[in-house]
Design a protein around this ligand. Structure first.
Ligand code: NAD
Length: 509
């Protein structure tokens, strides 16, 4: 199932390199994919060369011209077929996600389910890409707005959601009439090849042009080609804040559009009125799920001093029961980090916590026995710390939870929660209506996502997903996130025999 150099998900290929729709080619360096689960090599892909990139873009331009002419609901039909294929391949693709990225099998399947859900959403959306009609101030005039396909959408994705983020962008961009070029993370290239193969099957079965959806592989340099490229009006980039700042500068210099989905530093506030049973599940799952490698991972728990000691005890107990191991085994709670670099960052963060005055409630370390032979398995950590510490202000992509005490009222907790540069996800645990409403009000959380009695991670595709401040401000997935994939046009039509000017201006001659 997991494929080798010749086949992935049953589709024969010469090699895994660049694709323009249905044909594969690629002659750049080999990128080897190792599984963090057991350290084994899974397969290799070929990186895209600059010449190949040029060909991909020109095919995407040609494909766009055809694709945009297909009525939106018919484009939706193609996405519906993609959803059906994903249902067929859910188990295989879910396992590949789990094995290549290291998340639990349930989460691997969950990620594919999210792809299916966004397909369903996009199919409905394909009949609802509507603008407003507006009353004109001029007699016998009609004014309205409409949305047109934008062009090529460049999609850059991170390793931690190696398939879902592509589908969020691709399904919406497809129904919006755009062509897509995808630069996946170099850490999870095989998941990308598998997705591209699945979509290529659909395109082929419908005799659709090459280049509607293409895959280019490589390191960040390949993403940079897209950021600089004036032929690509929108770059949707998911990854670290460092990456987002680089991409934003380059795209802004050519006045292109960006959709940025960057790092988080998410907190749960636990007030004296919290239901501690659900708080515990939300906090532990939020902090250790996907080994702390979700953008929405709970990194800070801000607890009122009246219940702080009690929360400490129940958290410590819960952490003692967590099982770390092969994520394909459903009895384990925590799988590996993505690679050795991530392990080094985790260890560095532990040193900084100590140096900066944090105190460990649950100690960390790297697991070294035979079942952890990939060297990527680490213990989840809880550290008591103050919000101002530089390390607390930083997103470390690992299962490290900071326990922060607050006294006073919920506004004090909100100050702490908002007192970081990132603004992705946030939550409050309370049964007190006033606290909950304050948290959701304009005085409350400054994040793109604010939850009550739910943790910070695990969003549904129906809502717009994204965050403020250094998280980048972009919104993906549900609600009206589709609008960024289209260009808006305001139209005014005069059906009178006069030409009245707006604002009552007279121009007689
Ligand atoms: P990363 O920034 O290292 O890489 C992400 C992607 O960007 C990769 O494909 C990489 O090759 C590319 N890239 C890097 N520098 C680039 C540049 N200068 N120009 C163009 N492309 C460039 O991130 P990662 O380690 O893969 O993922 C983890 C990060 O992603 C975390 O910070 C996490 O919070 C964030 N993330 C955010 C969201 C969200 O929706 N907000 C979702 C998932 C992950």
């Amino acid at each position: 199932m997991l494929g080798n150099e010749k086949t992935i998900l049953g589709i024969q290929q010469e090699n895994f390199g660049t694709s323009t729709g249905q044909d594969w080619f690629g002659t750049g360096n080999f990128i080897t994919s190792f599984s963090p689960v057991d350290g084994n090599e899974i397969g290799k892909v070929r990186a895209t060369t600059k010449e190949e990139y040029e060909l991909v873009v020109s095919k995407a331009q040609i494909a766009f011209k055809e694709w945009r002419l297909i009525p939106a609901p018919k484009r939706g039909e193609i996405v519906r077929q993609l959803g059906d294929k994903l249902r067929k391949y859910k188990e295989d693709l879910g396992k590949l996600v789990s094995y290549e990225m290291g998340k639990s099998l349930q989460e691997g399947y969950g990620e594919v389910q999210e792809m299916i859900d966004i397909c369903d959403f996009a199919v409905g959306l394909s009949r609802q890409l509507y603008g407003l009609t507006i009353h004109s101030e001029r007699p016998s005039h009609r004014m309205y707005e409409q949305y047109h396909p934008l062009g090529i959408v460049g999609v850059i994705t991170a390793f931690n959601f190696p398939v879902a983020v592509w589908s969020w962008n691709t399904c919406l961009a497809l129904v919006c009439g755009d062509s897509i070029i995808w630069k996946p993370s170099e850490k999870t290239p095989l998941c990308a090849v598998a997705c591209q193969n699945i979509l290529a099957e659909v395109l082929k079965e419908n005799n659709l042009p090459e280049g509607i959806c293409s895959l280019i592989n490589g390191e960040k340099e390949v993403g940079e080609w897209m950021s600089k490229d004036e032929r690509i009006p929108l770059i949707s980039a998911t990854g670290s804040t460092r990456m987002g700042k680089e991409v934003n500068q380059v795209v802004a210099a050519r006045l292109g559009k960006t959709l940025l989905e960057l790092g988080g530093n998410n907190a749960i506030i636990v007030t004296p009125d919290a239901d501690l049973k659900i708080t515990l599940t939300a906090a532990v799952f939020g902090a250790v799920g996907t080994a702390g490698q979700r953008c929405t991972t709970t990194r800070r728990l801000i607890v009122h001093d009246s219940i702080y000691d009690q929360v400490k005890v129940i958290l410590k107990n819960a952490y003692e029961q967590l099982k770390i191991g092969n994520p394909l085994d459903a009895s384990n709670h925590i799988g590996p980090l993505i690679d050795q670099d991530a392990v080094r960052n985790y260890l560095l963060a532990l040193e900084k916590i100590k140096e900066q005055g944090g105190e460990f409630l649950v100690h960390g370390g790297v697991l070294e026995t035979e079942e952890y032979s990939s060297g990527c398995y680490v213990k989840p950590v809880i550290a008591e710390a103050s919000n101002e510490l530089e390390i607390v202000q930083t997103e470390t992509f690992a299962p490290i939870l900071y326990l922060i005490k607050y006294s006073g009222d919920v506004l004090d907790a909100i100050d702490i929660q908002n007192g970081v540069k990132q603004g992705l996800s946030s939550a409050i645990m309370t049964t007190n209506l006033r606290e909950a409403e304050l948290f959701l009000s304009h005085q409350g959380s400054d994040c793109g996502i604010a939850n009550v009695n739910i943790g910070t991670s695990g969003a549904e595709i129906g809502g717009a997903f994204g965050g403020e401040k250094e998280t980048g401000g972009g919104r993906e997935s549900g609600s009206d996130a589709w609008k960024i994939y289209m260009r808006r046009q305001t139209n005014t039509i005069n059906y009178s025999t006069e030409l009245p000017l707006a604002q009552g201006i007279q121009f007689n001659f």
